[in-house]
Design a protein around this ligand. Structure first.
Ligand SMILES: Cc1cc2nc3c(=O)[nH]c(=O)nc-3n(C[C@H](O)[C@H](O)[C@H](O)COP(=O)(O)O)c2cc1C
Length: 214
């Protein structure tokens, strides 16, 4: 049976924003307000100086599965390159640890914009751990850590705000046994965080099932 939309709903007042009329802050607010919840990739890298770097990226997504590929997008404001991107360009590898509810405060602490010589692992009270497939540290306290090698970078946008999309092919997934049944990850036990706009987050605790039509 076709779904019907009440005429009242169809006639609700709407505001339209033409993207070309928005300044970078307005574009950011509308994009991050509507595209929710966004998964968070907790990106672990090594700097050329051997410092273990960690930062959350919510412009983060799975974009392919054969082989699996992840992407995170770095905002470049006025040409300033963040450490994760600089390190990926230097080393060609990164990890993406999954942020769960209990690790939320540590994830937030690791977002501090600090000098590259300072490790956010230390700042956030976390343990950098090598998982064996790539030369990049993951979060030992995370329930899952994904090791990736950089396969591509794409630049989008115009000055003063550009974005570099870093694509990483997954070399290995590491998942604690407590949340795993074969290759099925229990989403309740994973308890991943999603980012909403600004400082707000969602959990994946409330779920429901929809059986797909044939
Ligand atoms: C939940 C969360 C998500 C974030 N997502 C992004 C993102 O997608 N892209 C980005 O450039 N910065 C993002 N940030 C800001 C970076 O984490 C922050 O600039 C950090 O200091 C970058 O660290 P780095 O220089 O070590 O890479 C996010 C911050 C938080 C708290």
């Amino acid at each position: 049976m076709p779904l019907s939309v009440s005429p009242d709903f169809a006639n609700r007042p709407m505001t339209t924003f033409a993207a070309e009329d928005l300044d970078p802050t307005e574009s950011y607010k509308l994009t991050t307000g509507l595209i929710v919840p966004r998964p968070i990739g907790w990106i672990g890298t090594y700097g050329a100086d051997g410092v273990a770097n960690l930062a959350p990226y919510s412009f983060f997504q799975a974009v392919a599965t054969n082989p699996p590929v992840l992407m995170f997008s770095t905002g470049i404001n006025n040409g300033v390159i963040k450490d994760s991107l600089a390190n990926c360009r230097e080393t060609g590898v990164f990890t993406a640890s999954i942020v769960d509810y209990d690790l939320g405060p540590a994830m937030n602490a690791s977002a501090a914009e600090v000098d590259p010589s300072m490790s956010e692992f230390i700042l956030a009270g976390l343990t950098p751990k090598m998982f064996g497939a790539v030369e990049a540290p993951g979060v030992a306290e995370a329930k899952a850590v994904i090791e990736c090698k950089v396969i591509n970078e794409m630049m989008l946008g115009n000055e003063p705000t550009r974005h570099a999309l870093t694509f990483g092919e997954v070399i290995a997934f590491h998942i604690i046994d407590d949340i795993l049944d074969g290759t099925r990850v229990d989403p309740v036990k994973l308890d991943a965080l999603g980012r909403l706009a600004g400082n707000n987050y969602a959990t994946t605790r409330e779920q429901f099932t929809l059986v797909r039509p044939d």
